[in-house]
Unconditional design. Sequence first.
Lengths: 276, 276
Amino acid sequence: METLSTEKSFDGVQGVYRHAASQTACDMTFAVYMPPQAEAGPVPVLWYLSGLTCTHANVMEKGEYRRVAAELGLAIIAPDTSPRGAEVPDEPDNWQFGSGAGFYVDASEAPYETHYRMYSYIRDELPALVGDAFNLDMSRQGIFGHSMGGHGALVMALRNPDRFRSASAFAPIVNPSTADLSSSAFTRYLGSDQAAWRAYDAVSLVEDGHSFPEILIDQGDADSFLKLGLRPWLLETAVAGTKTELTLRMQPGYGHSYYFISSFMEDHLRWHAARL
Amino acid sequence: METLSTEKSFDGVQGVYRHAASQTACDMTFAVYMPPQAEAGPVPVLWYLSGLTCTHANVMEKGEYRRVAAELGLAIIAPDTSPRGAEVPDEPDNWQFGSGAGFYVDASEAPYETHYRMYSYIRDELPALVGDAFNLDMSRQGIFGHSMGGHGALVMALRNPDRFRSASAFAPIVNPSTADLSSSAFTRYLGSDQAAWRAYDAVSLVEDGHSFPEILIDQGDADSFLKLGLRPWLLETAVAGTKTELTLRMQPGYGHSYYFISSFMEDHLRWHAARL
C-alpha cells in the first residue's frame, strides 16, 4: 500500500492510498479519514460508497464529514467506484457503465468479469487491507453511500447483516434491476438472466427474505433522478411487514448533489455512531 | 446578471452567477450562499477572497461554510480571483500571474491595466450588483480570505475600515511586496516603482498608518509556503504598538489546503458574526 497524500484536518488525518488489488486486477485508490481518537485506540469504521462518475475524492472534498467524524471518533473509508486503468475494459463516453460505474457487483460476463469485481473488493479485500494498516476496530463497521453507492451500501448491508451494525443512504438506487440508471449496466455485467441480478438489488433481496434491522434514507424531492432512477418508495413497499425497519425522509427542495449530501451528513454520522 | 445554478443546501441556497463586469471588462462568475434567514429580511454579508489558481468554486465546494452560515444567518460571497476570457492577457503556464492570480490590485501597467482591476471590482462593482440583487444588509459587511485572498482581505479591510466591520484570514500573504509568491506579479501589474505597491501590501499599509480594530489569522505550521510566501510574523511585528489588534494562531500540523481552512472555518464565521 502506497500513501499518496495525508493532510491534517479537524485534528485527524485525511489520507489517500493506492494498492495493487487482486479482486479487480488493477491498482485501486481509496481515501481514509482517521479521527484523533485513533491515536489512543482502535476506532469504528464507516464505509462510504460513492455514486456514478465519482472516485474516492468526491465525498472527501465535498462531503463535509470530518468535523463530526472527529467528534464521534469514526474512521471514514471512501473506496473508488470501479476498477480503472489501461487494462480495464471501459466506455469513456458512457457515464453509466465502465469506469466510475462498477455498481458494486461481481461481473460474470466477458470481458468484464476479470476486473469488475467491486462487490468482493469492497466486502473482502479492502477491509483486510485497511484492518491491517490502520488502527480500526473491525468488529464495529457501518456502511452508507450515495445514489449508485447507496445501492451498494444497501446490498452490502442486506447480504452481510452480521458484518455491518448500521446502514444508511442518500438518494439510493433501491431497485437497480428496473431503474434507467442501472438496468443496462446490469445486463452487461451480469448477463440477461435477471435471476442473477437479485443478489445485487435491495428490493429483490428484501423480497427474497434478506433483512437489516434499521435503515435510514434521505432523499431530496427536487432530485432529477427521483422518478426514473431512485424511487425509494419501492423499498418502502418491499420492507412493509418485514424485519427491516426503514426510515425514509423526503427532504423538500433538495437535489442529488453534495450540496444535499453535506446538509444531512451529520445526521447520518450520528445515526451510525449510535449503532456502532 | 445570469443565474448559472442554484442548489438548496443547509436550508439556504448556494447559487452561482455571471455578469458582464465593467471594471474587469469581461464576464465574471461568482458564488453567493444565502442563508434561510434571508427569506425574512436582509442578512449581513461576508466576503471570501480565494487564493492563487482558485475560482469562486474552490471554497464553495471545499470550504464547509454553509452549516454555520445557515445557523448564524450570514450571506457568503465568493468572487473569482482574476478576470478571465479570450480577450484577457494571460500566461496559462504561470500559476502566480494572470488568470487565477489577480492579487486584488488595480493594475497600472500595459497590457494588464484594462482587465486586471480586481480591487475596484471587489470593492465597488460587485457590492453594488449583489446589494441590488439579493436580500443583503450592506451596512453589515465583513471580509476574509485565504493565501492571496487573505492578502486581499487584509488590504481591503485596512484601506476601507468604515466599510468592513470584521476581517480575518487563513494563511495570508501579509507582505506581498517581498514574498516569492507575489513580488514578480506586483512588478508586472504595478510597475517597478515600489512606492505604488504599498497600497496593496498589509504590512506596508500598517507602516503607513492604516489600521483595523481586530484581525484574526489562522496559519498552519506545516504550510509549505510559510517561510518564503506567507510569514505572518511580519504583520505581527508591524502592528505592535498600533491601533490594530492581531490575533495570530499558529495551528500545529496543518498545511495550506482546504483541509486546513475547513477545520477553522467555523471559528472564523463566529468571529465575524460577533462583529457584524
